[in-house]
Design a binder for this molecule. Structure first.
Ligand code: B12
Ligand code: SF4
Ligand code: SF4
Length: 371
């Protein structure tokens, strides 16, 4: 570090370290998110968060970084591409084809490898430590206070898409996710709250134009208006976040999606530019792709825990996994030719006496003859 602390040059240095640590892009956002508050409040007031009580509990703290971590002066924002390294060029067509094979269990793309919370958090922590180390001299000379840095990734009440879009990591698509011209939307977001004032990086321009492909593609109409997702209609919410029974009106639309949903992203023309991850962490694990529903429904709890170790699916637990797969099996049964029904029925019948009421009810639904 030179005589005078050059904040703009320091941001360039942080961006270089970020790339070394496997991030695809690093930006800097300020802490004033007040223009996002009305949207957040309207979303909560309409009940769009469903049973995700933590969203309402934290209220405006989510839009106020300084209330979450007192002393925060700027936020380093980061995005990390997650497509597995071996993703083929025609991946969109291949993923869409999976959805046409009712007997296959489809896990959404982001969840096939290591849990991103762990991957991003560790690397954000390292980036924070690197920033801290680079400032040791400034702090020793009394020109800066000791650095405080806190990493977040989906781990706390932070408006991540908002921070990322303000700092130029992309623009918010009509499906509400962040998009980048050179990377589509297949990346995770994370950030580091700092008690250091850094110049914000400028926002990127938006390029959705007149397109509405994601709205039309959503199987449940969850993108109720551009830039507005009602979680209570979203397959990702029902299969991942929601703990109880999946309401009847959504079960058919879930199809064979057993964990999360990628349809709005598969429809997006910008995802032809989606990037593979630089890291092996997000490589797809064999038991989570190209698997038959009957096979993953047969997993007992130890097998489920083994196959999902270190991955995000583990968080939902074996019971919710069986709930989701039972719904998908019911949907497969509903469209199966008579000769193909038997193995699906046998798999479901084997769980009719499962100790969980939740599992039993979904199995019974799945076995019901169609009206
Ligand atoms: C809650 C949550 C969900 C919920 C709700 C999603 C949503 N769109 O709100 C559910 C479970 C449905 C979900 C699903 C998914 N999620 Co999610 N999710 C989150 C989480 C934890 C918070 C998002 C949030 O704050 N939502 C609340 C609303 C208020 O926020 P918003 O949509 O951004 O709303 C703004 C505007 O749209 C507008 N607005 C919204 N409603 C209204 C209403 C009115 C009247 C007005 C005027 C304005 C307005 O104002 C708001 C403030 O600016 C973030 C991580 C984080 N901490 O930020 C990840 C996050 C957004 N999810 C992520 C991912 C990957 C997904 C899935 C793709 C996973 C999957 N494959 O199944 C799907 C995609 C579904 C979709 N199209 O959004 C990534 C997205 C990465 C990216 N490229 O953007 C994030 C950032 C996690 C991460 N760290 O990487 N998710
Ligand atoms: S994740 Fe699926 S259900 Fe949710 S908004 Fe996107 S397309 Fe709709
Ligand atoms: S599908 Fe079209 S409208 Fe939706 S996010 Fe992509 S470009 Fe925007």
């Amino acid at each position: 570090m030179g005589q005078m602390f050059d904040a703009a040059q320091f941001v360039t240095q942080i961006q270089g370290w970020g790339r070394e640590l496997g991030f695809s892009q690093i930006g800097v956002a300020g802490v004033d998110l007040c223009s996002a508050e009305p949207g957040l409040l309207a979303w909560l007031a309409a009940g769009c968060h469903g049973s995700m009580d933590y969203m309402a509990t934290h209220g405006l703290k989510r839009a106020r970084p300084v209330e979450l971590v007192p002393g925060t002066l700027s936020v380093v924002t980061a995005r990390m591409d997650y497509l597995p390294r071996s993703t083929p060029p025609d991946w969109v067509a291949q993923e869409s084809a999976r959805l046409q094979r009712p007997g296959e269990a489809v896990v959404s793309l982001y969840a096939r490898g290591r849990d991103y919370h762990k991957v991003l958090r560790q690397r954000l922590q390292k980036l924070g430590e690197r920033i801290e180390a680079a400032l040791v001299e400034e702090v020793a000379q009394g020109r800066l206070p000791p650095l405080a840095h806190r990493p977040f990734t989906d781990s706390a009440p932070v408006l991540e898409v908002e921070l990322a879009s303000r700092s130029g990591l992309g623009w918010r698509g009509k499906h509400t996710l962040l998009l980048h011209r050179d990377a589509g939307s297949t990346f995770f977001l994370g950030e580091i709250f700092l008690n250091l004032a850094l110049p914000a990086t400028p926002p990127a321009s938006a390029h959705c134009g007149q397109c509405t492909a994601c709205l039309s593609a959503c199987p449940t109409g969850a993108i109720v208006a551009p830039y507005r997702v009602d979680a209570r209609r979203c397959i990702s919410y029902w299969t991942i976040e929601h703990a109880g029974p999946i309401p009847l009106p959504w079960r058919r639309a879930i199809g064979n999606r057993v964990y999360g949903c990628d349809d709005c992203q598969l429809a997006c023309p910008w995802n032809k530019y989606a990037r593979r991850s630089m890291l092996p962490d997000f490589d797809a694990r064999a038991p989570l792709v190209n698997q038959a529903l009957v096979d993953v429904f047969g997993w007992d709890e130890p097998t489920f825990l083994r196959h999902t170790e270190g991955g995000p699916i583990r968080r939902i637990g074996h019971e919710r996994w069986l709930r989701n797969v039972a719904v998908a099996l019911g949907n497969a049964l509903a469209v199966a030719a008579p000769a193909e029904r038997r193995p699906l029925q046998v798999a479901l019948q084997a769980r009719l006496d499962h100790p969980s009421v939740l599992v039993r009810e979904h199995v019974q639904w799945a076995l019901q003859p169609l009206p």
